[in-house]
Design a binder for this molecule. Structure first.
Ligand SMILES: [Zn+2]
Length: 278
């Protein structure tokens, strides 16, 4: 039976912690390195529903994309949701490991899985290559097999991503023909200028805000925008990460059982029109 230390070593060989942004907090959050690990649940968010799912399944470890703690803490008392989560995990012998910005820039990383999920085929290149290794980086640029209307691409993207209450929001001429696409899993505001400079037809990301999106669309000649649910843009990576961990572990004679959480942990759980609320 592999130990948590064995599994962490394999995970860090795929998602090197040195690749993480300086403000990020990645790696092992809780768990005894000597503990035995067989069942590993992959999820986007370290939240109560995911912890409950892990415990019910009998998981020994949860691998999440988002960190539980990003800044220094002086207490893990069960007086906050984070403290309660830590208590629940430790009481049930469940470890927690995070691969965040180091998984974003990995090759393949979060945006490769997103690109494939929305129908991009052929080679993918980083939208913003990493300074130390241009084969890695943030976001991906790729192409659809043939040009389609923006409306048709949005339909395919919606079909390829897991369903969320918010669905997709689209900015641009729906009849416009599109083929070269940039994608970036998670909040992609900071890459708007890079996407424009890349000369793509569409930039698909999450958490776009009114002012940056309006300015972007009012400046002619730029790509159309598609704004998806944050959770949905990162969820496709979980399957890829689980598959890669299973395969590199198997090559060393280590057997692990993985599962991808299908619990929708996007912050928004419904949408309503004003008349629905009357
Ligand atoms: Zn994210």
């Amino acid at each position: 039976m592999p130990t948590l230390a064995d599994v962490v070593r394999e995970l860090e060989s795929i998602y090197d912690p040195a690749w993480a942004e300086s403000w990020d907090a990645v790696g092992l959050v809780c768990g005894d390195p000597a503990a035995e690990v067989r069942k590993i649940l992959f999820a986007v968010d370290p939240v109560a529903a995911v912890a409950d799912e892990a415990i019910e399944w009998g998981a020994d470890l949860i691998v999440t994309h988002h960190p539980l703690y990003l800044r220094g803490v002086t207490s893990v008392a069960a007086t906050t949701f984070k403290g309660r989560l830590i208590h629940k995990l430790i009481k049930n012998d469940v470890g927690l490991f995070t691969a965040h910005t180091n998984a974003d820039v990995a090759d393949p990383g979060v945006s490769d899985a997103l690109a494939r999920a929305v129908g991009l085929t052929g080679p993918l290149t980083p939208l913003q290559p990493s300074a130390d290794d241009p084969r890695r980086g943030l976001g991906r640029v790729g192409a659809l097999p043939a040009p389609v209307s923006l409306a048709e691409f949005a339909r395919r993207a919606a079909d390829g991503l897991p369903a969320t209450a918010g669905g997709l929001r689209v900015a641009g001429d729906l009849d416009r023909r599109v083929q070269r696409i940039a994608v970036s899993g998670g909040a992609g505001d900071s890459l708007l200028g890079t996407a424009r400079a890349a000369g793509v037809d569409v930039f698909l990301t999450a958490d776009l805000r009114h002012h940056p999106a309006t300015e972007f669309m009012e400046t002619s000649g730029g790509p159309a925008l598609i704004d998806a649910a944050h959770w949905a843009t990162e969820w496709p990576w979980l399957t890829d990460a689980a598959r890669r961990l299973t395969s590199i572990s198997a090559a060393k004679g280590i057997t692990v059982e993985t599962r991808v959480s299908e619990t929708v942990t996007d912050a928004w759980n419904t949408t309503a029109k004003c008349e629905d609320l009357k």
